[in-house]
Design a protein around this ligand. Structure first.
Ligand SMILES: [Zn+2]
Length: 47
């Protein structure tokens, strides 16, 4: 299973946006941001 894809992470509740290199990183960033701010993030594979 390759993790070479990029994931685009976007917050629904503020202007936070980030490109990350693995699903696990994307998920961790979303969890961290939600823990700090209570915001919800969406992430999708972009490549
Ligand atoms: Zn946010």
């Amino acid at each position: 299973m390759s993790e070479s894809s990029m994931y685009h992470l976007v917050c629904r509740d503020c202007s936070k946006e980030q490109l990350v290199e693995s699903a696990s990183t994307a998920k961790q960033q979303a969890v961290d941001h939600e823990a700090i701010t209570g915001h919800r993030l969406d992430f999708k594979q972009v490549a």
